[in-house]
Design a protein around this ligand. Sequence first.
Ligand code: SF4
Ligand code: SF4
Length: 66
Amino acid sequence: MAEPAKKLAKIVINERLCKGCSICIDFCPTNVLELKGSCVAVKDLEACTRCQLCDLRCPDFAIQVF
Ligand code: SF4
Ligand code: SF4
């Protein structure tokens, strides 16, 4: 029988608030995030464990994980 599909995290980035400081990228233990220009972007959603470190560490409330 097939494995049930893994429920993926929902990562919401507010591009107007993000200043591209990379704090969230540095704190993410599984390398989910990357910098694209001056804003953070999701590189590997499947790797996200929903630990919410990025959400908690962002000084500008620009990233939220559900
Ligand atoms: S919730 Fe955790 S694993 Fe997911 S992107 Fe944020 S820091 Fe990385
Ligand atoms: S910590 Fe916040 S402001 Fe800094 S890159 Fe991440 S989302 Fe953007």
